[in-house]
Design a protein around this ligand. Structure first.
Ligand code: DGY
Length: 319
């Protein structure tokens, strides 16, 4: 019987379904294993059902000669050295498609919370400081309706974000390496623009690019300087795509109005500069965290893993 490691706590149904075909070890404590412990647990395993917290670099892969597949429970796979896995004959898979709408929903929640200062207002009401019921200038924020939404990275999730903008009568511009087909642009009501045009014209800049060395600090001090002083920046893609130190400085100096962030460089550590700022709203990497979607991600990853270990082509290969 082939042996499988599940690196974090997942739904019991998933453990049970994999246990029907494989000998399964799973991390019920749900504490991420450091690389040495991960390598130790992978000894003798043929498959790993993993999360973005598990780092599979060449040093870990070298210690796992029997490993045949890493099935990431994520669309992103920057936790895996894919060329190193390919060299060692290890298949890598991900879970594209099943989380697009849920991640787009969360992106909008952050956009709206940052624009309308929801977290700040919530903290104010709870604090007991709210003494005068109404003030003409209390908690003034940014209008969302009829504003310009700029999306950097127009893959499936970017497109799901764009679709939602129609309800707010927004103008949608996007920047991507490749243009969408004309019919698709028409359907989304989205226009391709140069990146600098997007930064200068968007009231809301949403970053939706995967992390790679090429997208490291895609939005840094120079890009933020091109944005409107009233702009809101949203990152629910990956930590490192935005330069957190530069964003902290910009928010502190009010060079832009606000930010909504679900992902951070070096998470779960967060740049301490953010914690003192009221014009940033933060969530702990929960873009795809609805029960239904996380279940679909787990079952998609399990199907990928099963396919490889049964000698079939996985539905979602990365390599
Ligand atoms: C993804 O799917 O990449 C999400 O960030 C969850 O890890």
């Amino acid at each position: 019987m082939k042996r499988v490691l599940i690196t974090r706590a997942v739904f019991p149904e998933i453990v049970a379904s994999l246990a029907r075909g494989f000998e399964v070890e799973h991390n019920a404590e749900d504490t991420p294993w450091p690389p040495q412990e991960l390598a130790r647990r992978l000894q003798g395993k043929h498959g790993a059902l993993a999360t973005v917290m598990d780092k599979f670099d060449a040093a870990v892969l070298d210690q796992c000669p029997e490993l045949k597949v890493i099935a990431n429970i994520a669309v992103g796979y920057n936790n895996i050295d894919v060329p190193a896995a390919t060299q060692r004959g290890i298949r890598v898979t991900n879970t594209p498609g099943v989380l697009d709408d849920t991640t787009a929903d969360l992106t909008w929640a952050l956009l709206m919370a940052a624009a309308r200062r929801i977290a700040e207002g919530d903290a104010y009401v709870r604090s007991g400081d709210w003494k005068i019921a109404f003030g003409v200038q209390y908690f003034l924020g940014q209008d969302i309706h009829h504003a310009t939404l700029g999306i950097v990275g127009m893959g499936r999730i970017g497109q799901a974000i764009a679709r939602r903008a129609a309800g707010f009568d927004m103008r949608v511009i996007y920047h991507n390496r490749s243009h969408l087909p004309e019919a698709e642009e028409k359907r989304l009501g989205a226009t391709w623009v140069e990146r600098d045009t997007l930064l200068a014209e968007a009231d809301f800049v949403v970053v939706m690019a995967p992390y790679s060395p090429a997208t490291h600090h895609l939005i840094g001090a120079a890009e933020i300087a091109k944005m409107k002083p009233t702009a809101v920046l949203v990152n629910s893609a990956r930590g490192g795509v935005v330069d957190d130190a530069a964003l902290v400085e910009a928010l502190k100096a009010k060079r832009i109005a606000a930010a909504g962030l679900d992902v951070f460089e070096g998470e779960p550590r967060v740049n301490p500069g953010y914690l003192a700022l009221r014009n940033v709203v933060m969530t702990p990497h929960v873009g795809s965290a609805s029960r239904a979607t996380r279940m679909r991600m787990c079952s998609t990853a399990a199907a990928n893993l099963t396919a490889v270990l049964e000698g079939r082509e996985p539905p979602n290969p990365v390599n």
